[in-house]
Ligand binder design. Sequence first.
Ligand code: PLP
Length: 409
Amino acid sequence: MTNTPSWIKAAIAERKQQSLFRKTVVMESAQSPSVRVDDSDYLAFCSNDYLGLANHPDLVKALHQSALEYGVGSGASHLVNGHSRVHQLLEEELADWLGYERVMLFSTGYMANLGVISALAGKNTLVLQDKLNHASLLDGAKLAEASLRRYLHNDLASAERLLSKEMSRAKPSNDSSSGNSSNEKQSPLLVTDGVFSMDGDIAPLKKLSTLAQKYSSILMVDDAHGLACIGKEGKGVMELEGVTSHDLPLLVGTFGKAFGTSGAFVATSNDMADYLTQFARPYIYTTAMSPAMAGATRASLALIRSAEGQERREKLAKNIAFFREKANQLPISLGDSQTAIQPVIVGDSEYALLLSQQLKQRGIWCTAIRPPTVPNAGARLRITLSARHTQQQICQLTQTLSKVMDKRG
Ligand SMILES: *Cc1c(COP(=O)(O)O)cnc(C)c1O
C-alpha cells in the first residue's frame, strides 16, 4: 500500500471533528421493520421501502423466474443488445400506467437525472431548481455546465423572479455539447422533486406547470418518494395535484424506494424519448439494468396497481397519521409533511448523532442525516414509515423518542 496523501487524512479528520463522518453499516437481514445488525435486532425507521415490497415473495419469485428466462446480466447497453423483452414490457407497462407515450429505463435514479438534464441543457442553458432538490438533479446541471439557479423552497414567486430575470438576459446559445447543434435557443428547464427527500413535503406541481408554460420552459419532476405511495392509484404527486403528461413533459421515477427493487425511469413523449436516446450519455454509455431486476420490477408494478397495492398505501397513510398524532404530544417539532418521510429537525449535527446513538441503544435504528445532505444547521433524524410497521412499533418509537429527547434539557 502506498502512503495516503496527507490532505486526504486531513479531510477525514475534519469530517470526524465536525461530527460529519459517515460510514456504512452491514445489515445481516433483508429490508423489514426489524433488521439485524451485529447480532442484535433493531426496529428500523429509516428505510425507503415504504410499501414493504423489497422482500415481497412475489418480487423474489419474479426475479428468480426472469433470471431463469433472461439471465442475470443484461450483457450490454440498451442500444447495443442489452435491451431484452422484459425491459421493453416494463417500459410499456409504466407508460400505460402513467399515461405517457414512452418510458425509458435507467440503471439508477442518479443516472436518470444526470442523463435527462445533461441532454436537455447546454452550456449556459438556464436550469432552475428548487433549493432542496436532490443532489442528483443539481449534479445533472453541473454536468451540463448549465446556468444553475436555485429558487427558495416551494416558492413560486422566487422561481418566477429568477425565470423572468434570466429570460431577459439570456442570449441564444451556440453550444453543441447537448446535441443542439442548430442555433436554436434551448428552453430553460424547471426542475423539482415531487416529494422532497429530506423534508417529506410536496411541490406545488399544478402551479409550477403553469409557470413553466408561461416562460416556455420544460418542467421536470423527480417523484422518487411519491410514486407508488401517494394517490389512490399510487401515481404520486402527479395524481395528487391533478397533473397529466400534458402539463408534465418529464417525470422521473425510481425503483429503489417504494418499488422495492432498483433502477429508474423517465416517462415522456415519443419525440423526447427519441432525443434522449441520442443524447443522454448516462443512458447510452452504461450497461442496461439486469433483466432479472426488470422482471422483479414488473411484478412490483403489478402489485402497486392491484388492490393489495392500494391496501398498502392506505396502511401507510394510517401509519403516518398515527405517528403524527403520537409525536405531536411530544416536545419535538415535526415538519409539515403528510408523507412517509417525517423529519425531526434538531439542527446540530453532534446532537443528531447523539440521538441516533441513544435510539440505537434502545433498539431503534434511525440514522442521523447531516450536512451536506441537508442544509447547514439542518441536521435531523429522518424518520420514515412503512406500510409494514405496526401501531405498537410506532408507539415504541415515539415513547423512545420522548425518553432520549428529554434527556438533553
Ligand atoms: C433516491 C433518490 C434519487 C436517486 O435514485 P437512485 O435510484 O437511488 O440512484 C434521485 N432523486 C431522489 C429525489 C431520490 O430520493
